[in-house]
Design a protein around this ligand. Structure first.
Ligand code: SF4
Length: 407
């Protein structure tokens, strides 16, 4: 299936700063900082790092008065560094107080994330929610109504459980939870519209940490409304777990045309590399043929036929070479992100796979002639030999890029 036959679900277009979400616009990659927002230098630095990695929107926590007062200074720092990325404020528990008291600081945010599960209890709930929506209306800001099953509206859950328990055949708890997640999002969105915000200022997310349940919830809510949808598996975990679980959760939904913006919630690794979540989000979209961000390198896993680890080194080297060259290539060679490269370990699949790529190299396997044929646009172009294959291949690659993509 190619991106051309994914039928995107119809949704309203929401303008977040200079970025459009929904309405058939390209699916937006977003991320979130893990710094203390009131630390202006560290937060700005991390936003710049995330933006450089390709994040198109960044969310920061706004948990106290120091955090909200830091926002104008963070914005100023970003603009001085030439970064105009939209910043979203993540509000929980005290959002109504902060937005009411620090309206001018809040005006520097591009969107407010509101969690209906923790805006307050009983009669305070609607009042606090109204305060936040009214501020959004006054400042002309969009909101994300972001439900998370870890902080679900307990009153709504208790009500639904009560109704469920009275049924002849009560549903299992997970099913009730899913229904409450959906109801909480839709009821809050409806209330927000009644308060005065327009539909094209509302984005919805329903985050859960179980892959099957998340898919189920988004499939259901996508049919019940046309609000723009933010996708993400919450608390996905770290490393391989986070990557695999997020990919398995988002992939089926995106292929079904569901989702207008995505975030991959990875626990930051011990090296503090926060931008990995952006890399994974981009790779998910690219793997599905939805958006290309980097030239795609197909490489085989290698096996007993691979004569040395030279092939792994070449595949790794080409990958790194692309990543480091991309900032310049993107500027000088528009469209280069659509390039398909293949690096293969032997003659079994090497020539065939290389022919499917724009440019491919097939290295010699064990017992094969020590030569590496290079294929360009499906045709064998040249055969490389000797110790300098990597550099020669890089030169051929650059020559191809210049010829095909130079402005
Ligand atoms: S292309 Fe050759 S080296 Fe690579 S996995 Fe297949 S058989 Fe092994």
């Amino acid at each position: 299936m190619s991106s051309n036959n994914i039928n995107r679900r119809k949704s309203s277009t929401v303008k977040v700063g200079n970025v459009l979400i929904g309405g058939g616009n390209p699916i937006v990659v977003q991320s979130m900082t893990d710094t203390n927002t009131s630390d202006i230098d560290k937060t700005s630095e991390q936003i710049i790092q995330l933006a450089k990695a390709g994040s198109e929107i960044v969310r920061v926590t706004v948990n106290d008065s120091d955090a909200i007062q830091a926002i104008p200074f963070i914005k100023e720092k970003l603009l001085k560094s030439g970064i105009s990325i939209p910043i979203v404020g993540d509000f929980h528990f005290n959002g109504h107080i902060l937005l009411n008291k620090y309206e001018s600081e809040a005006s520097f945010l591009d969107k407010f994330r509101i969690n209906p599960g923790n805006v307050g209890k009983k009669n305070k709930k609607d009042k606090n929610f109204s305060t936040m929506i009214e501020t959004a209306c006054k400042l002309d800001k969009p909101v994300r109504i972001g439900v998370n099953w870890g902080s679900l509206d307990q009153e709504l859950l208790a009500k639904k459980l009560d109704i469920n328990n009275k049924l002849k055949k009560p549903k299992i708890l997970d099913d009730v939870m899913c229904e409450v997640v959906i109801d909480s999002a839709l009821e809050s969105a409806k209330l927000a519209e009644l308060i005065g915000i327009s539909k094209d200022k509302i984005i919805i997310s329903c985050k859960l940490s179980k892959v099957n349940m998340l898919i189920d919830v988004y499939k259901k809510i996508s049919k019940l409304c046309d609000y723009a949808l933010h996708l993400g598996l919450t608390e996905a975990g770290s490393n391989e777990r986070g990557i695999v679980y997020s990919s398995c959760a988002l992939g089926p939904l995106l292929l079904d045309g569901i989702g207008d913006t995505i975030r991959v919630s990875l626990t930051t690794d011990i090296n503090g590399n926060r931008s990995k979540e952006v890399d994974i989000a981009k790779l998910i979209l690219q793997s599905l043929g939805i958006r290309n961000f980097l030239p795609d390198v197909t490489s085989c896993p290698g096996c007993g036929r691979t004569s040395s680890n030279y092939f792994q080194k070449l595949a790794f080297d080409i990958d790194q070479h692309i990543k480091t060259s991309m900032p310049i290539w993107k500027k000088d060679y528009p469209g280069v992100e659509d390039l398909k490269i293949s690096v293969m370990g032997c003659i079994v699949n090497g020539p065939g796979e290389s022919k499917h790529a724009d440019i491919g190299i097939s290295l010699p396997g064990r017992g094969e002639n020590p030569t590496a044929p290079v294929y360009i646009d499906g045709e064998k172009s040249i055969t490389l030999k000797g110790d300098n294959i990597t550099n020669e291949f890089k030169e051929i690659l650059l020559g191809y890029i210049i010829k095909r993509f130079k402005k």
